[in-house]
Design a protein around this ligand. Structure first.
Ligand code: F6P
Length: 556
């Protein structure tokens, strides 16, 4: 019998469908009472602890999910990814972001070539360049050292580096190393973002890094031209050579733009944009801000998870377990969203990064061979650091819809405060909430408990918490550069696991193209209307009305 092309046609998928109906009749309160079950649902690797006992899953569920992984050929797909096969079939590309943090002496081949030496050539070039900028031997047009950096890029050329920068900013070692330096990002083509990114900066002491895999992204290229003008208006066009560098896979376009190719930092088409933070995309701006040695620790942390991912059995493998449980929640229990809740303000840009990584990767409607999926793939990711989120959207999570939550905590704060007279430190106060929320979600509060507390009858329905709301807890030792790298890699691999099981291509993003091409028609219309008063035509009634109104009210 030919093997089914869709995972949902397999016996294992159908078996899980039936099993989900049984699990729906079980409450987490009961599952949590089984200590042996809970014990086996805690796994650790290199200081990172995952507790998934608050998932609506029994040990039988786990067995069945592992069988699903087997029939989905998960292990083979992981091996194919790590061995450089062209698993991104619609773009005919390998997916090798793991090579970006590989040890210098390791061998990772694709198309007959070991890519690790290429990676290390660029890393060493970055290390040397960052050192020269930071120690003042690379100076700007007027001889002043460049202490501020604006990184211009969008999507994967922005969100990962922003997350890591925000997380490192308050790490004492990184902060010390970044003293008197600023790293800013310019992503949105909104002129407000341009203004915000350069306010208070002096072109004489600013380095602009243009980050774009393709070097064709409309927003990034317009922003790059805007900052090129900002530099040349102030210092003359020749200053671009000293004040602008680039990160791209398209070195021809970098040169055409006017950036000296020797000031370009390459990466490769086997690095997807949303998986590129460990390439020059992240490593260059972060090394300029914090020094290469700190960024290297971030890469080391990611590598520790890479090794765990491809060498640990699936039942003890943190990204694999997380990925399988996500599939369970989305496809079998019917929970389409996931809340990412780091109890660390330093991780405030983590959820936005995961939004792109997860939703651009797994937001697909067809299987890898193009068959329409008879089930929903992908998750709706959103999040906010705790405890802020508790005062915002947790109401819905507790009493409204069921949204599986990722609670992410750290044992040791980057910035501990002990206030005399308080019963706990600030970090303990924060973490009290981290430990309490998963139980509140899991156990809830029944009408009987409320009655025992003498709650008025008419308030009982309002104060009842149904509980049975799943979550996972990830506890990291601290938030050093190394741990930040670990966290990143856990999510990168988890998302790949989900896609491998769903049988989709998690590494292309055709869904972003249509909007881009429609925007180029609008761009042409705006240009013609503004320059030769050409009336709006060729659009539907709604767009024509909106465009006409826009053109009437403003001169651009
Ligand atoms: O929006 C789609 C996208 O292609 C993302 O995948 C990518 O990260 C982003 O645009 C930026 O692309 P580039 O790095 O080529 O400018």
């Amino acid at each position: 019998m030919a093997s089914p092309t869709l995972i949902s046609d397999t016996v294992e998928w159908k078996d899980l469908k039936g099993h989900a109906e049984e699990i729906k009749t079980t409450h987490l309160r009961d599952l949590m009472g089984d200590v042996e079950r809970c014990k086996s649902m805690i796994v650790e690797h290199d200081g990172v602890l995952l507790d998934y006992s608050r998932q609506r899953a029994s040990l039988v569920t786990l067995e069945k999910l592992l069988k699903l992984a087997e029939v989905a050929q998960l292990k083979d797909k992981i091996n194919m990814m790590c061995s450089g096969e062209h698993i991104n079939s619609t773009e005919d590309r390998p997916v090798l972001h793991i090579a970006l943090r590989a040890a210098k002496d390791s061998v990772i081949c694709t198309d007959g070539r070991n890519v690790v030496p290429d990676v290390w050539n660029v890393l060493e070039k970055i290390g040397d360049f960052a050192k020269r900028v930071r120690n003042g031997s690379w100076v700007g047009e007027t001889g002043k050292p460049l202490k501020d950096v604006v990184s211009v890029g969008i999507g994967g050329s922005f969100l990962g580096p922003l997350f890591v920068h925000t997380a490192l900013q308050t790490d004492p070692e990184a902060a010390e190393s970044a003293k008197d330096r600023q790293l800013r990002f310019l992503a949105n083509v909104d002129p407000v973002d341009v203004a915000r990114s350069i306010v208070g900066l002096n072109p004489e002491t600013t380095l602009v890094v243009v980050v774009s895999k393709t070097f064709t992204t409309a927003e990034t290229m317009l922003n790059a031209r805007t900052l090129r003008k900002w530099i040349s208006d102030s210092l003359g066009p020749q200053a671009v050579a000293k004040h602008m560098v680039a990160v791209s896979t398209n070195l021809t376009l970098v040169e055409k733009f006017g950036i000296d190719p020797s000031n370009a930092f390459a990466f490769w088409d086997w690095v997807g944009g949303r998986y590129s933070v460990c390439s020059a995309v992240g490593v260059l701006p972060l090394s300029l801000q914090y020094g290469f040695s700190i960024v290297k620790k971030f890469l080391d942390g990611a590598r520790s998870i890479d090794n765990h991912f491809y060498s640990t059995s699936l039942d003890k493998n943190i990204p694999v377990l997380l990925g399988l449980l996500s599939v369970w929640n989305v496809s079998f229990l019917g929970f389409p969203a996931r809340a990412i809740l780091p109890y660390s303000q330093a991780l405030e840009k983590f959820a936005p990064h995961i939004q792109q990584m997860s939703m651009e990767s797994n937001g697909k409607g067809v299987s890898i061979d193009g068959t329409a999926l008879p089930f929903e793939a992908g998750e709706i990711d959103f999040g906010e650091p705790g405890t802020n989120g508790q005062h915002s959207f947790y109401q819905l999570i507790h009493q409204g819809r069921v949204i599986p939550c990722d609670f992410i905590g750290v044992v040791k704060s980057q910035q501990p405060i002990y206030l005399e007279g308080e019963i706990v430190s600030n970090h303990d106060e924060l973490m009290s909430n981290f430990f309490a929320q998963p139980d509140a979600l899991a156990y809830g509060k029944s009408p009987d408990q409320l009655q025992l507390e003498n709650v008025a009858d008419h308030l009982i329905p309002h104060k009842t918490f149904s509980g049975n709301r799943p979550s996972v807890c990830l506890l990291l030792p601290s938030l050093s550069a190394y741990n930040i790298g670990q966290l990143l890699a856990i999510y990168e691999h988890r998302i790949a696991v989900e896609g491998f099981v769903w049988g989709i291509n998690s590494f292309d993003q055709w869904g972003v193209e249509l909007g881009k091409s429609l925007a180029s028609q609008v761009r042409k219309q705006l240009h013609l209307s503004r320059t030769s008063a050409k009336p709006v035509e060729g659009f539907n009634f709604s767009t024509t009305t909106l465009l006409s109104r826009f053109l009437q009210g403003d001169t651009g």
